[in-house]
Design a protein around this ligand. Structure first.
Ligand code: FAD
Length: 350
């Protein structure tokens, strides 16, 4: 469309490898737009293991997933990449002029000379509740994320799950919890398939305290069916650990089963795939479509190892490989960051 952002490079995915792609393009004086379906950068490092130590980043003996992400963000700061977070890239179409039209789930549009897919194991999506007939209530009475806490004030809530999200929201909405949150529900039932949690012990203790005070309720069981009246979800059926199914009134159902990655729309962009990975060469890490490159966990080639350090190397070669599409007349030389006055200028360290 006429409002499309015109750019040299779009990076799909802001995991560690997408972030380092910003750096390698930046050294070649290419500004990038970077998009992620998550609301924050870091990919698997942030979503799956923020506090776990990584030991095999060259010259960094130990750092956590969060530290690696923070350091990458600091390292790419000079290059002023534009972040578009909380939106999934849905569409990639080749234009007649050789550029690509890219669109996200939020309607952000780009016209770009090159694309770097750093989509990792896919875009993270909430795991859904598998119960017949329940999908049509999503966004209305069934929720996998809380966008607007005020919409749950004064409602009867059933919150499903045993992790930090489920516990945090149950406590947040519980009227008996004096934490200052403004959006207290009428009632809160926490539902989990077992009496054991993968959440901060302090939250679990607080939840039990509130249950003992009759401020909220904890039930062991799973949602197995729903009860509807005139197109409205009125109750859920919950099968308990004892095998008995009971009816539980429910105005709003909030489900927190964690996020799972899905390759998703990337599979539909006409790129050669092998076992859900994008086939690339090892000279430029280019896909079967000239001008589209793929780096990090999302690609495959003989000998591929899904390691962060491999992804970093791929970024460097992909950036050089993309220059003929971005600046066909420019001669590109390899320069050292230690000694090149030009790179010092680009890095803002002169
Ligand atoms: P990811 O980190 O998966 O990031 C991809 C991003 O792309 C995601 O944020 C996703 O939301 C986004 N995305 C995908 N599709 C779209 C789309 N269509 N639109 C918008 N956004 C999209 N590696 C090591 O080298 N050393 C280790 O010690 C190590 N430990 C690990 C421990 C665990 C528990 C796990 C799970 C992995 C570990 N890894 C380790 C692997 C490492 O995390 C991955 O190799 C690395 O995260 C890959 O980076 P990436 O940027 O390619 O992809």
């Amino acid at each position: 469309g006429p409002d499309a952002i015109q750019t040299d490079a779009v990076i799909v995915g802001a995991g560690p490898v997408g972030l380092f792609q910003v750096f390698e393009l930046g050294l070649l004086e290419v500004k990038a737009h970077i998009i992620d379906s998550l609301a924050y950068p870091g990919g698997q490092c942030i979503e799956l293991y923020p506090d776990k130590p990584i030991y095999d980043i060259p010259a960094v003996p130990i750092c956590t997933g969060k530290e690696l992400t923070d350091n990458l963000l600091k390292q790419i700061e000079p290059f002023g990449a534009t972040f578009h977070l909380g939106q999934e890239v849905t569409t990639v179409l080749k234009q007649e002029d050789g550029r690509f039209f890219v669109e996200t789930s939020k309607g952000t549009q780009f016209l770009t000379k090159t694309i770097f897919i750093a989509g990792g194991v896919g875009s993270f999506q909430p795991r859904t509740l598998k119960v017949d007939g329940i999908d049509k209530y999503e966004g209305n009475q069934l929720h996998y994320r809380v966008r607007n806490p005020a919409q749950f004030a004064g409602k009867n809530l059933v919150i499903v799950g045993g992790g930090d999200s489920a516990l945090d929201w149950a406590l947040n909405f519980c009227a008996g919890n004096a934490d200052g949150s403004a959006n207290k529900a009428e009632s809160v039932i926490l539902l989990h398939r077992r009496d054991g949690f993968k959440a901060a012990p302090a939250s679990v203790a607080k939840m039990r305290e509130l249950c003992d005070a009759y401020e909220m309720q904890f039930v062991v069981g799973q949602v197995t069916d729903i009860v509807e009246a005139d197109g409205v979800l009125t109750d859920i059926k919950v099968t308990g650990g004892d095998g008995v199914t009971r009816v539980m009134p429910c105005e709003q159902l909030l489900v927190f089963f964690g996020l799972s990655p899905k390759l998703g729309p990337i599979a539909e962009w006409g790129l050669a795939l092998e076992r859900k990975q994008i086939v690339v060469d090892t000279e430029k890490f280019q896909t079967s479509v000239p001008g589209i490159f793929a780096v990090g966990d999302v690609n495959t080639y003989p000998g591929k190892k899904k390691l962060i350090l491999s992804g970093f190397h791929e970024c460097a070669l992909a950036a050089f490989g993309a220059m003929p599409y971005i600046s066909p007349d420019k001669r590109i030389h390899l320069q050292y960051t230690t000694t090149s006055p030009k790179l010092h200028k680009v890095l803002g360290v002169e």
